[in-house]
Design a protein. Structure first.
Lengths: 193, 258
């Protein structure tokens, strides 16, 4: 039976486990690198051609770096503050999730379900980033394939709904990881409250 | 108030255009005016009368500098098919050329038009470094399609009015729907330009400009545009890269002039 984090104790367990993992320096680095990688994949997935071409364009190194950095939220203009904030939150959550995944894998072994859920979260996060930036065109295409009238479509966040779903999936994955680590110790501290 | 004026403050027809000969669907390029004017940087922000569309300008338009007599070019890229018939800011013969695929109903296109395009106009087009070519790509919300037809119909009558209508679509984007897009288009054109808005709506309803819209759609699909806005950047006649989304001005500046 699939457990969901419905009680406050579940969220405390999740928070405590995540905190214990990222207080280990090596896993903090893993979390940060994971978050950075996730964010980079999000933004690069929208402009693969530009990213690849920029490396070979006949422009200066500074211009190349500037161009690539401007693709990130809060550096360039591609995202609204809400979109950018949400993407950063998804990336950070994914980074922590990856650190917990790495810890769990190294210390306790990894269940297929937990790893799979993280992957789903990453895919949804990327789709959310893409959808937000392309004006829902991807979603419209998907919906039209399913025979859903696009005139009925109303996305107040212009596609960032996917990123919100990704956040939910990542949180679920994090909860299941924390649940699986129950009874153990991280950095000398018990996971259970 | 004029949209585009020459250095003397006189309204000028600076937009490259295409005219009508033998019917609305027959696309031929509008004859360009005197070459003596071509190449002269023009600045807007003036108060003037006569000529042009009389479409209301604002700070965005006053920052626009557009040259007349845009050159015919031939780029070896699908996005540039029929490029010489498209609405253009600046001369296509310049070092940099941006071919933009936009949808009036696309929220990301709105942000690009409000945040990035003004700087492209003032710092790349106005300085003579680049040209901006507009192509309609109505793929987001349904009302974007009749709006794109209306832009084509307006462009044939008065290019300056077309740019004003495009800005109106983005400025008031949240107010538009499939039910009101034609009424609001006619109201705007009748009230703010010298273009007959009712005639434009009649053309939209009769699909008089379906071919023109389809040319853009075909070009976008052939080029691989998967959403809007999508930009194809050319430098010295050579394709450089593709940009998706409401990206920062820095991206365009670096690729075209860096």
């Amino acid at each position: 039976m699939v457990r969901l984090p419905t009680r406050s104790a579940d969220w405390r367990l999740m928070g405590r486990t995540a905190r214990l993992v990222v207080t280990i320096p090596a896993y903090a680095v893993v979390a940060l690198l994971g978050a950075l990688l996730a964010l980079s994949v999000f933004v690069a997935s929208l402009n693969v051609t530009l990213v690849v071409d920029t490396l070979s364009l006949p422009i200066g190194t500074t211009a190349k770096v500037e161009t690539l950095l401007s693709l990130y939220p809060f550096v360039g203009a591609a995202y609204t503050p809400i979109q950018g904030g949400l993407l950063v939150v998804v990336a950070l959550a994914l980074g922590v999730n990856v650190a917990m995944l790495a810890y769990h894998f190294r210390e306790n072994g990894l269940s297929l379900q937990q790893g799979g859920t993280s992957a789903v979260g990453a895919v949804l996060g990327a789709l959310g980033a893409g959808c937000a930036a392309c004006g829902s065109a991807i979603l419209l295409g998907v919906l039209s394939l399913l025979g859903i009238s696009t005139s009925l479509l109303w996305l107040p966040l212009d596609g960032l709904e996917f990123a919100l779903v990704a956040l939910v999936v990542v949180f679920l994955s994090t909860y299941w990881l924390a649940d699986g680590m129950r009874g153990g110790e991280i950095n000398g501290c018990p996971v259970d409250l | 108030m004029c949209l585009v004026c020459d250095e003397g403050g006189n309204p000028a027809k600076e937009f490259e255009g295409r005219g009508q000969q033998g019917g609305m669907n027959e696309r031929t390029r509008r004859g360009f005016l005197s070459s003596a004017v071509a190449g002269a940087a023009v600045t807007a922000g003036c108060l003037g009368s006569g000529g042009g569309s009389g479409a209301g300008g604002d700070d965005t338009d006053t920052a626009t500098v557009i040259q007349e007599g845009s050159s015919d070019v031939s780029f070896d890229h699908p996005s540039a098919t029929g490029i010489n018939d498209q609405p253009t800011l600046g001369d296509r013969g310049r070092q940099g050329v941006i071919v933009a695929f936009e949808d009036p109903s696309c929220p990301t296109c709105r942000r690009f038009n409000q945040n990035t395009l003004p700087r492209i106009r003032s710092d790349l087009v106005a300085t003579g470094d680049a040209a901006y070519v507009l192509r309609g790509y109505p793929v987001v919300y349904p009302w974007g399609e009749p709006a794109s037809h209306a832009l084509e119909a307006t462009f044939d009558r008065d290019p300056a009015a077309m740019w004003a209508l495009k800005r109106h679509y983005f400025d008031q984007q949240g107010q538009f729907s499939m039910d009101n897009v034609l009424d609001r288009t006619a109201t705007f054109l009748n009230g703010n330009t010298e273009v007959d808005g009712d005639a434009v709506v009649a053309d939209v309803e009769s699909d008089a400009y379906a071919d023109a819209v389809q040319v853009d759609l075909d070009a976008g699909e052939a080029a691989g545009a998967s959403g809007t806005p999508t930009f194809y950047l050319f430098r010295d006649g050579e394709y450089q890269t593709t940009v998706s989304g409401a990206q920062d001005y820095t991206v365009f500046e670096n690729v075209l002039t860096g």
